[in-house]
Design a protein around this ligand. Sequence first.
Ligand code: GLN
Ligand code: ZN
Length: 748
Amino acid sequence: MNILGFPRIGEKRELKKALESFWAKKSSEEELLVVAKKMRTLHWEYQKNLLFVTVNDFSLYDNMLDLSYMLGAIPQRFQNLKGLDLYFAMARGNGESVACEMTKWFNTNYHFVVPELSKDLHYKVNAEKIIQEYNEAKALGYIPKISLIGLFTYFELAKIHDNSSKEEAFSQLKKAYLELVKSLTTLDEEIIIEFHEPIFVKGQNPLFSEIKDVYDTIVDFGIKAIVSTYFEASNEATKILVGTKIDGLGLDFIYGENNLTSLKLIADAGKKLYAGVIDGRNIWVANLDSKLQLLDRISIIVPKDLIHISTSCSLLHVPFSKDSEVKMDSEILSWLSFAREKITELELLESLFRNGITESNRKAYEQNQAVNATRKSSNKIHDVKVQHRVSNLKINVRSDTFKERIKIQREKLAYPNLATTTIGSFPQTPELRILRQKYKKGEINTNEYESGIKDYIKECIAFQEQIGLDVLVHGEPERNDMVEYFGEQMKGFVFSQNGWVQSYGSRCVKPPIIYGDTSRPSPMTVRWSSFAQSLSKKIVKGMLTGPVTILNWSFVRDDLPRHEVCKQLALCIADEISDLQDAGIRIIQVDEAAFKEGYPLRQENIKEYENWALECFKISSSVAKSSTQIHTHMCYSEFNDIIKTIEAMDADVISIETARSGNELLKIFKQVGYSNEVGPGVYDIHSPRIPSVDEIYKQIKLLLEVLPQEQLWINPDCGLKTRKWEEVKPSLKNMIEAVKKVRAEIDK
Ligand code: GLN
Ligand code: ZN
């Protein structure tokens, strides 16, 4: 039995607290390290019945960053720093130098620190972190397995920051990486390393020609190597890996069913198989009967004694344990399995797989069957009305073409060219957070809460009118989070109290859990939007989160295909759009911030995702009348691969992130002849800096080189909730000034 890693943020987010206190200089480095060591000790204790305990899965910030640090891949601007100062400066920046970039780890919500490669890196390896953790585990009497990000994955996720060729950069890095691995051989007689190579699931890559050499070299150092891939199947790499000297392969059979086609190769090569059959990314109790069937299928081909039952990936992506969920409906809670419970499942599955049903496992096995049976038939999950609606869905396109709609909208909504707006949220002030918390805890009553929210909305509207924005928003003060806010008001969702999952560094998210058929019993946003609209003659945009984003940022039930769950969500949002327009809201924005995140890792699966994700967006938006303008917003800037899908979404207006990429990205919109309206963000909201009128003016002029003024909207990059009013006010004023200047020139 094996896991690929354990959550490191801690049962009660101890690491978060220790880190934040250290960063705030309220505690010392020693104190931080004591907490970290205590956590590792505890986490290994839970793993004591496994084949080994995993070391180096722990991190004070991120494993990719750990590896950069251990390789000495330190960008020039941090050269004068050392130790934790250096480590955290790379992660978070310091007064002088900006942090390294962060981006999402494959298709998860975990962010890693992107390595910066260049010729002037002076690689200097230092395995101290691994050595220390290894010795700690050893001293406690465990057999340690080192978890290490593989060379290929590290390299492909890195960015080359100078004109080095890929080959040069790779060969330099390879030298350092091998040196690091070699330096570990002195630790023990036999060193076991599990190399994480999820990049292999993306399929053929020119660097595959290096796989054999790299892993044979590593084994020749005297290391017992396991190479693990996850999140999809990795058959191309498996073909090569079976021909190397490695000891075993780890494959994901949950998200990479196609790995089953590689079993014969593995058996023929006599390699060990770490079979990822317990879902490392989702939170449902395993159905042990179906797991046993899967293992039977595998063991027809691979001899039983070469199979080690594993999680599909690191447990980093699920919460710590269900122990502290005291408020959740007990039936629903019985269907869940977090990291600690998953280890127990591994143990039970192992015993059933090796010994069949015995005196000692019978009770737990029967309990597992019972839980799965109740989950299947529970009336909490099944809502016939919802199922009926989904199966009777009619075609979902808006009644008019964009050309026809935009004519009606332009007439009715009468906004100018280069219309100005924002993405929805205004600053979430400490007062606002306190107000919501007090209401949640029952410390203030509904009246007090609502009048607080209304005051905020009034201020937002007054400010927007005063500076002269064309299309206003209510500011989203009632929302803690753009998914949670909707999930809390829909049936079929449940929220944990302590189900935290690390997002980056000390930041955690608590994803909503979709356990059953979803529906929307009553309007979710209408009262706030209507209130805001009642305050102004100008148009106030309604604000919704789209179905695909709600899906991609939740733990989703596994007893229904994702596209079916998404269709149900799409109907909830459609209902909300319908109510908003009936209430007189004329523009409605459906945010799809996480649309792109859901893209499958393998090319051949992309079409299918695009088809249903697109369909779901359209199920929601097609209830809009021709005169109701539908906006959507996406917070990223790379559209090249998905522009056709964006076009097919057929939103009347899309706002996107561009401020950091100039008008480069817009060119793709022009190239494909995109004809709907576009709002490319004209300034970056991710920084506290206030953009000058001139700067925004220039940015608008650049945009106008690519698209005509009739097609353009002017707005910031993203929502303003993370900013302060002192930043937002002057920034938006400058944006308006810049637009005025451009309009004046055009009118001349
Ligand atoms: N309407 C949301 C906001 O302004 C959009 C957030 C997002 O795209 N992440 O906050
Ligand atoms: Zn955004």
